[in-house]
Design a protein around this ligand. Structure first.
Ligand code: BES
Ligand code: MN
Ligand code: ZN
Length: 486
């Protein structure tokens, strides 16, 4: 389980706190008003430079100072990183309960929410299978921060509530991602969806292999064919009170283990392919957070989940199948399985009524080469919808960079024997040809595809570090929040 931090906000005197440690943010060249700290800043023992931390003891209180850098360079993303830096310093001191205060900023609600996100994300550790936690300091709480109080004179509570719900959702997505594939099976993800539906009163559809085959989802079925594990098509429907505007559709790839199938992957780093369900994890937990917050939108979330295994019964290169929308697909490489399960999931999401679709998928290795772990790839058939997704990424620090579609790439996926091929012979623009493939299954519906292969784990950002990042969870909540306001 994630380490849940109790987050509260209050007004009044920051000094009057029962927390064991006060976190104080410092801008360069701006006194904090706390004499003992300002003296040490002057003497150079405490620094206000971005990300620097220090420890000060005064009036029987313990302070962790954290540098916010120059005021005119400060952003909400910096607030997240500062929150994480504070956690590292505080944990080093054995702190459990934090009380945070700092200078006013232009967008104090945004700063406070982002700071709380940074604290919550940084406090996360996945140690479900360690007999003894690496952080255990022997006092029974595994060395984690248990509470955070944020003290300001402004009305920040609503913004902080959203930040807290989003960050907790991201941590739950990380839990799903980090679970090994022998635990986090499609059945397990279905059970998680069912728990979310029960907790928040959502409508749930859980479909098994027979249903997928009978329904005519030939692309999805072809991937599941080699797996003994039962596949699941998971659907959650949320109807927010006071919703207006187009129904959103979130679709997430959830291949719980991608061996490549008969087009077997090399063994190096294959263990990372347990993370090939990261898009689905983000969709499930973002949906939970949106329902928890009661955002005024209508949402249909669809998560196709299966293993991709080699087997005597597995799909073979060259096999031809018919997708749910009737298009025929030549499966030239069984390792290009994500686009196959998404094809039928996208068709289904739109059939169920989704009018603005966004899908998240660890789709191509090539996107890691192109954009590293800094940006997810954004692909879209609609400029406005792409801009909305990109803006939600900018707001949450889950950045995306748009790459083009073009008829010449569409030409590359024309099939030799069927309508389209899932794996063109050429490696030209292979993240783009993957997106062109998906485009065949959305018709005219505004659709944006996020290729998160480079960002779903080992993000390297200080508040997530190595392992699962939950990437996209907070972006989806922000997208829904923005959508609900327009
Ligand atoms: N899940 C992989 C993509 C991936 C690779 C994600 C490495 C994260 C790290 C996907 O199913 C895949 O295998 N894609 C192939 C497609 C190719 C066969 C056309 C790829 O990118 O090599
Ligand atoms: Mn694959
Ligand atoms: Zn895959």
């Amino acid at each position: 389980m994630p380490q849940i931090i109790e987050v509260t906000t209050r007004k009044g005197d920051p000094a009057e706190t029962s927390s064991d440690t006060r976190v104080v943010g410092l801008f360069v060249d701006e006194p904090s008003g706390i004499e003992s700290i300002d003296k040490l800043v002057e003497s150079g023992e405490v620094k206000a430079s971005y990300k620097s931390t220090g420890v000060v003891r005064s009036h029987s209180q313990r302070f962790v100072t954290v540098g916010m850098g120059k005021r005119d360079e400060f952003t909400n993303e910096r607030a997240r990183i500062v929150g994480a830096a504070a956690v590292t310093a505080a944990k080093g001191l054995g702190a459990k309960t934090l009380s945070a205060s700092g200078p006013d900023t232009e967008d104090l609600s945004g700063t406070a929410a982002a700071f709380a996100e940074g604290v919550i994300l940084k406090n996360y550790v996945f140690d479900a299978y360690k007999s003894k936690s690496d952080d255990d300091d022997g006092d029974g709480d595994d060395g984690f921060i248990t509470s955070l109080e944020i003290v300001t004179d402004a009305d920040i509570a609503d913004a902080v509530k959203i930040g807290v719900a989003s960050a907790n959702a991201a941590n739950r997505a990380r839990d799903l991602q980090n679970q090994p594939s022998n635990v986090a099976t499609p059945t397990y993800l279905g059970e998680r969806a069912s728990a979310i539906a029960a907790e928040h009163g959502l409508e749930l559809e859980l479909h098994d292999r027979d249903w997928i085959v009978d329904k005519g989802m030939g692309a999805f079925a072809a991937v599941a064919k080699g797996a003994v594990e039962e596949p699941r098509l998971i659907v959650l429907k949320y109807n927010g009170a006071g919703a207006s505007g187009p129904t959103l559709g979130f679709v997430g790839k959830a291949v719980t283990f991608d061996t490549g199938g008969i087009s077997l992957k090399p063994s190096g780093k294959m263990e990372e392919m347990k993370f090939d369900m990261s898009g689905g994890a983000a969709v499930l937990e973002a949906t939970a957070a949106i329902a928890e917050l009661g955002l005024p939108i209508n949402l249909i979330s669809v998560v196709p989940s299966t293993e991709n295994m080699p087997d005597a019964n597995a799909t073979k290169p060259g096999d031809i199948v018919t997708a749910y929308n009737g298009k025929t697909i030549e499966i030239d490489n069984t390792d290009a399985e994500g686009r196959l399960i998404l094809a039928d999931a996208l068709t289904y999401a739109i059939e169920l009524g989704a009018e603005r679709v966004v899908n998240l998928a660890t789709l191509t290795g090539a996107i890691i080469v192109a954009l590293g772990s800094t940006y997810a790839g954004i692909f879209s058939n609609d400029d406005e919808w792409a801009a909305a997704v990109e803006a939600a990424g900018d707001a949450t620090g889950e950045l995306g960079h748009r790459l083009p579609l073009h008829p010449e790439f569409a030409d590359l996926i024309k099939g030799k024997y069927a309508d389209i091929s899932n794996a063109p012979g050429s490696r030209k623009g292979s993240s783009i040809t993957a997106a062109e493939f998906l485009k065949n299954f959305v018709g005219d519906t505004p659709w944006t595809h996020l290729d998160i292969a480079g960002t779903a784990w080992d993000l390297g950002r200080n508040y997530v570090g190595s392992g699962a990042s939950g990437f996209g969870t907070r972006l989806l909540v922000e997208l829904a929040r923005e959508h609900g306001e327009s």
